[in-house]
Design a protein around this ligand. Structure first.
Ligand code: ADP
Length: 363
């Protein structure tokens, strides 16, 4: 009980009674943050998780000095009188905003009583911050995905109406609208493909791939498959890779996707740099892959958020390029599944480098 504290007598309640050390040991062993209180709300003990989560307990003083949560204090007071257990949700703002629920549990030493004034009160906390954050992220993701799909869908529906009405007998307008509709349909289809890829990779995140894959031919494959796009944009793709194999444990299709997404981004956003470099090398126990462009680069405030789903520096520009906002989220997930590290370096005006460090496979 070195880090946590226990009061051994119940003060000021007319019963100077010893706190049974077995009770203290029980609270100490409990994994959730827990406070032990007298029926009048004096703190008798706090276990280690409580000290870590809520800060040091003021043992021997009213619980209001340990916990700044008026609703919980009031519920403790009521439980001390009525003996009824309570569940209270509350937030703490210091040192950071967190959400908790507190279970206020009256304890009776004599199992026959179980009502009226309890002997002690146990206060057990559950930190809900992380779970609520995950819920919020899930809700945001669904809202974003629906919004991304709704926009092209609204456009297609609008043009269907126009084709049925005003543009019905105008072949020029009809062709123009059909082209736009076809673009929008392709956009929806790309988005659905990306969403499905992301969920598939996420599902396997905890199962790292086992096959040995040589990254050298994959980089050449991506360079070749993206060379028409590069040519169309007047960009030269330069590949620098060793002649010997650079092997990692991986899934070929996912690795191609990762390299493709990075090179495609370099071609989409860095085309005015006229040059994209793919470099692969073995360095110590790592395979290091880098994709560099010499375009406008990325301002530092965006860097930490680029791999978030649907985050774009410039939404309109990304859409013009056929982007879904999921490319780098997919890269991040594939890297994570391969136990690789992704880092992004950029200086505005000087292009951007995306670096992925894989553990080399020795087998
Ligand atoms: P998108 O489908 O929009 O390309 P990504 O997740 O691949 O989505 O990329 C997110 C955003 O990061 C892009 O919209 C763009 O603003 C920025 N970005 C990615 N790669 C580059 C790059 N090489 N140079 C400049 N900006 C980039």
């Amino acid at each position: 009980m070195s880090d946590s504290s226990y009061y051994t007598t119940l003060p000021g309640e007319g019963l100077e009674q010893k706190l049974d050390p077995r009770l203290a040991a029980l609270v100490e062993a409990y994994p959730e943050p827990t406070l032990l209180l007298s029926r009048a709300g004096i703190v008798l003990g706090a276990n280690r998780p409580s000290e870590t989560t809520l800060g040091p307990a003021r043992v021997g003083s009213p619980v209001s000095l340990t916990l700044r949560a008026p609703d919980v204090i009031e519920a403790v007071r009521e439980a001390g009188i009525s003996g009824a257990s309570q569940l209270v949700a509350f937030n703490l703002r210091v040192p950071v905003e967190r959400s908790f629920e507190a279970h206020i549990l009256p304890i009776y030493f004599d199992q026959a009583t179980k009502s009226g004034t309890p002997d002690l009160i146990m206060l057990v906390f559950r930190d809900l911050t992380q779970a609520m954050r995950v819920d919020q992220m899930r809700a945001d993701f669904v809202a974003n995905a629906s919004h991304e799909l709704r926009t092209p869908l609204a456009s297609v529906t609008g043009f269907i109406d126009t084709l049925r009405g005003a543009a019905r007998d105008d072949p020029t307008m009809r062709d123009k609208f059909l082209n736009i509709m076809s673009d929008q349909a392709r956009r929806m289809s790309r988005l659905i493909d990306d969403l499905l890829s992301l969920s598939r990779i996420e599902m396997n995140l905890h199962r790292p791939p086992e096959a040995a894959v040589d990254l050298v031919p994959l980089t050449a494959h991506v360079r070749d498959s993206l060379s028409p796009l590069a040519r169309g944009r007047g960009v030269e793709i330069v590949l620098e890779a060793p002649s010997a194999a650079v092997q990692v444990r991986g899934e070929r299709d996912e690795l191609i996707r990762l390299i493709e997404n990075l090179v495609e981004n370099a071609l989409k956003y860095g085309a005015n740099g006229k040059r994209v470099e793919i470099k692969l090398r073995a360095e110590g126990s790592e395979a290091v892959l880098s994709v560099r462009d010499f375009g406008p680069g990325i301002a530092p405030e965006h860097l930490p958020r680029l791999t978030e789903r649907f985050y774009r520096v410039d939404v309109a520009h990304s859409r013009e390029q056929g982007g879904t906002g999921l490319g780098l989220a997919i890269v991040k997930h594939i890297a994570a599944r391969h136990r690789a590290r992704l880092s992004i370096e950029s200086e505005p005006g000087k292009g951007a480098v995306f670096l992925v460090r894989f553990p080399l496979s020795t087998g």
